[in-house]
Design a protein around this ligand. Structure first.
Ligand code: HEM
Length: 168
């Protein structure tokens, strides 16, 4: 999509009645932002619990698979909520996000964070003891944890930063 057609798409979307309603009904944006942030809290605290266990700092009395089983749903289930609330915020002001390099960066970081979460989860589904079998695998699990938290924090920073960076 060229910049000009993205611009036309954003102008068209901003002029639709759905966008107009979101823009003019005063409580919609703050309510949607509140839900977005609550979902962020669920995702990031759950990722933190798993990362602390992978690092061997917390929850060591339970196997990694048990901690993952408990907290992974709180990473995956809020994501559709984030997607839906994010979409409402985009519909309200399309150019603010879609033409913003920080928003693109945030989506890239989100893909990376989802990928790293899957890299931890998929082996556990085949073998619940996967990350605890050898010193090498424990090291890889620790690397996953060390990469995961900065990614989630970077996504939060990028989310906040969208408001302060001009679109292209
Ligand atoms: C799933 C796809 C997601 C979409 C489409 C999305 C979209 C958005 C949009 C459009 C905004 C408004 C930015 C603005 O206009 O200032 C926003 C804000 C934000 N997002 Fe997301 N987001 C998503 C996921 C996430 C995730 C996974 C996180 C963090 C783990 C996150 C954290 C934030 C934060 C902290 C803000 C700032 C909220 C505020 O200042 O009130 N978002 N997001």
């Amino acid at each position: 999509m060229t910049l000009q057609s993205l611009d036309s798409f954003c102008s068209w979307l901003a002029a639709t009645s759905v966008s107009q309603v979101i823009q003019t009904v005063g409580w919609v944006i703050p309510a949607v932002q509140t839900v977005h942030i609550l979902a962020v809290a669920a995702v990031v605290t759950s990722a933190l619990m798993i990362d602390l266990r992978l690092l061997g700092i917390r929850g060591t009395e339970q196997p990694i698979a048990a901690i993952a089983r408990r907290f992974l749903p709180f990473i995956w289930w809020p994501l559709p909520i984030l997607l839906a609330t994010g979409a409402i915020l985009i519909i309200a002001e399309p150019a603010r996000a879609l033409e913003n390099p920080v928003f693109i960066l945030k989506m890239g970081l989100l893909l990376a964070a989802a990928g790293i979460t899957l890299a931890c989860q998929i082996p556990l589904q085949r073998n619940p003891a996967f990350w605890e079998i050898s010193a090498g695998r424990k090291r890889v699990a620790r690397l996953i944890a060390v990469a995961s938290m900065p990614l989630w924090v970077a996504i939060i920073c990028a989310g906040r930063w969208i408001a302060y960076v001009q679109g292209t």
